[in-house]
Design a protein around this ligand. Structure first.
Ligand code: ZN
Length: 290
């Protein structure tokens, strides 16, 4: 049984040839029909280096099925829905900015249009997230799938309900609970699919952890509530109060940005997983032959 080890060297019998279309990792030349131990006739790079790059030995033994592809699609839709759902906070922020700063007329009208469109974008996002988890995710009895469906759909339903309410900071803060629920619900799916994507397993620095997302949501909720509370129950002209409200607002805004960027990262991660599950790399035994 031929295999490529960690260093990308081929420990196998001599004379094995590549018997599938396999573009050279360096120049893209098709290595089909050439010896595995040989070199690319175009650029001279080692064919074994290409094999080590194009194949995913670690994922060879994993089952590939239609249900797996559907799970990856469901994860992708839920992640995309989460990013779009964040538009729920855009209207109150823009309204605030519009009243606080004197804007040129064209910019004001552009922001106004965005402000009107934002809740619809959020509603669209939460709908596709819900469709992903309710209809696309296979009806599987396994616990991670059941949990993802139950909590994820619950989170998206709440998020959808909030998207159709008149936009406000209070609504945006309430949506954080739904966001946290969805984020936590998707984690078991992500954990299950991660081994299928070699790119995901190797690009650890670019993967988004659930813990960071949940912390960002919690900090945003806690600090975001302070200015709302102070604005409602205490006189606004009290200077120390104003400072506290301002700083809390800044922290809330920063954590919200962190959360949005984190959800964007997670969408990219889900995209990698979907790509590798839809088109898995060929198995070594299919590529090499006598
Ligand atoms: Zn080449």
């Amino acid at each position: 049984m031929p295999c490529v080890d960690d260093q990308g060297t081929l420990s196998t019998m001599p004379g094995l040839t590549i018997r599938k279309p396999l573009p050279c990792a360096k120049c893209g030349y098709d290595l089909n029909g050439l010896e595995a131990r040989g070199r690319c006739p175009e650029c001279g790079s080692d064919n074994i280096a290409t094999l080590a790059l194009r194949l995913d030995i670690a994922a060879e033994e994993l089952t590939r099925s239609a249900a797996l592809v559907r799970t990856a699609w469901a994860l992708y839709l839920a992640c995309a829905g989460s990013v779009l759902g964040c538009f729920i906070a855009v209207s109150p922020i823009l309204k605030h900015a519009g009243t606080a700063v004197d804007l040129p007329a064209w910019l004001f009208s552009t922001l106004n249009k965005l402000s009107i469109a934002a809740p619809r974008i959020a509603l669209f996002g939460t709908t596709i997230g819900l469709i992903g988890l309710l209809l696309v995710l296979p009806w599987d009895r396994r616990r991670p799938v059941r949990r993802a469906r139950f909590f994820g759909s619950g989170g998206f339903l709440g998020w959808m309900f909030l998207s159709v309410q008149p936009p406000s900071y209070e609504i945006a803060l309430m949506a954080l609970a739904a966001i946290a629920m969805v984020v936590a619900a998707l984690t078991p799916l992500l954990r299950e699919l991660t081994p299928h994507s070699r790119f995901f397993s190797t690009a650890r620095h670019a993967t988004q952890s659930t813990r960071d997302l949940l912390i960002a949501a919690a900090v945003c909720a806690a600090t975001g509530a302070v200015p709302l509370y102070l604005g409602q129950y205490l006189p606004a002209d009290l200077d120390p109060t104003f400072d506290v409200a301002l700083y809390s607002g800044i922290v809330a805004f920063s954590s919200a940005m962190f959360l949005v960027v984190g959800l964007g990262y997670r969408l990219v991660n889900a995209h990698w997983v979907l790509l590798s599950v839809r088109r898995p790399p060929p198995r070594l035994s299919e590529v090499l032959g006598e």
